[in-house]
Design a protein around this ligand. Sequence first.
Ligand code: ZN
Length: 680
Amino acid sequence: MIARSRGPLSGLLLLAWLAIAPPAQAREQPEAPVAMALAISLDPQSRQLAGTARLTIQESGETELVLAAGLATTGVSIDGRPLARAAQRGGTLQRWRVPAGPPGRALSLAWRGTVAPVDREQQHRDTLGAAIAAASPEGSFLPAAAFWYPRLVQNGHPLLHSWTLTLTLPAGQKGLVPGTLADEQDSRDGYRARFDFPWPGEGIDLMAGPYRIDERSLRSSDGRMLRLRTVFAPALGPLAKDYLDSVAGYIARYEAAIGPYPFEGFSVVSSPTPTGFGMPTLTYLGESVLRLPFIRHSSLGHEVLHNWWGNGVYPDYASGNWSEGLTTFMADYAYAQDSGADKAAEMRSGWLRDLSAIPPGSAMPLREFTSRHHGASQAVGYGNAAMLFVMLRERIGRQSFEQGLRDFWQQWRFRSAGWKDLQHAFEQASGEDLGVFFEQWLRWPSAPQLRLESAGKQGSDLQVRLGQDRPAYQLDVPLRIITAQGAKDVTVRVDQPTQTLTLPGQGDATRVVLDPDARLLRRLVRGEAPPILREVLFDPRAELLVLGDQRFGTQARQLADRLLDHRPSPRLAQRPPGGAAVLVIGPDTEIDQWLIRHALPVRPPEASTGADVAMWTFRLASGKPVAVIAARDKAALEAAARPLPHYGKQSWLVIERGTVSRKGIWPVRAQAVDVEPLDR
Ligand SMILES: [Zn+2]
């Protein structure tokens, strides 16, 4: 998963109708409240940082000048006069009060100091939101959040600023900050480059290292020449061409979908630590991450897209982070769609499973996901937000949806926008009032739990009864109507706790399936959610059945001790399982015999024999889950004891030579009912 350093740092037959809305007027480029001219030198070996800055302030209210406390300053002045008050020191920062005054004042200062060494041991999780400027000859990273350069803060928020920054590094090093490369010299005397960022930006992250640079150009959709670069550790050189081609492809794709690329270039920069950051005009990814073959086909496009959503239009964080959901929808989800309808359905099912795994009491309204960072706790929020866009596109139609996105981009480039502004853009484009839609999905605390209660035939009509908890959502519910001739998909709108919908002319239906492709954001009901190993392991009433001889049995009980949270009640092989969850451990042959004897689902092909150990799950008629662990012999079972406890989220897996070689989660099992004849 990729982190953001800042910036973003998811019963009537419906007639889709399209409205043609006039395109929003493109506004002029907004001016940043602060313009900075910076000269920075960094020596990664000694970790010495030195800088000078001149800040031109267009903001007339009172602000604070803030810099990391460990940096020594000289000549802090405003319009040539020393700032009246000395710095206040508190925690890791030093601050100066900058009194209100007319626009156009200029603040100047110089500073120097030593930044921290790079911690090579840090894991990706530690780098999330870390605000430490660190240097080493292998790579240096100075995030804006570390206040390694002076920033102006108002009411606790750093003011947006544009910059022109000259960077000086010793020979052998190269570096960059977000922006347009305006000048670059690399010689035996050292590296010197100037970067211009004339847009209102959220902050400057600085990267340096012993890089090799590869470059190609790309003509933007509005005719500019964009400079695409890989700024890689030398060992990654062979990957440069593929990365450059991929970046070019993503820029072309999103220019067509949204509008011209807002910047003059894009760089993929390697990091010696397992980082994953996105910033305007670049992404900073760990060397180990860049070597993963799938990154070019997934995370890279996500990061390129953030130049529109997140770093091109800024989320108004106070009202919720829409940019991660929209980026996930137009990148990760769109790539799944490119690979096939089944891949996209799998991703949607995954979001529904994740949502359903949260206890209802601890669910959070979408608009409260305000974080700038990816993270496990936010992953659900982003999946939900992406699903909101899936539903919205289905509701207003592809053409209106895409028009709304383009208008939103035109109107909000380089400004902060909230969910409300997105809603407005889609309403303008579609001519539909989307008030209820956004209200319920953003503000209501959880998600609907929808029940397909019954289906009946009355004459030539089909009647379908649907139920949901209060408060009732307004939902466009996909139904699959099965007839002797085949299946057809319809969408019905509901907005009541229980509702009987009449579908005229569908009386030949034999069966009705609710939302078979997981197109609706909702909590799955019992039985719909696929069984996973953990469901058995966490069930305090789960029973244990051990098959096989005594030596095998001893090993199996040890494994069960490791896996289960509680002491299980033993189950006898002769008794058919029924009202309780069961963990079954046995040798291959005896497992297969036990399944046949009790007329249970046989071993699935995914867990085919021949592996050392296979685990799979299924549900009993009572809805209770069964987890089966089938082993070739005692030694194989022993070898599986180490990896198995780490795979509780899986529905099935195969272990070979002590490692999990294949694994998976069963698809969501849709709710379905047979159509009954109704009495007249
Ligand atoms: Zn993202």
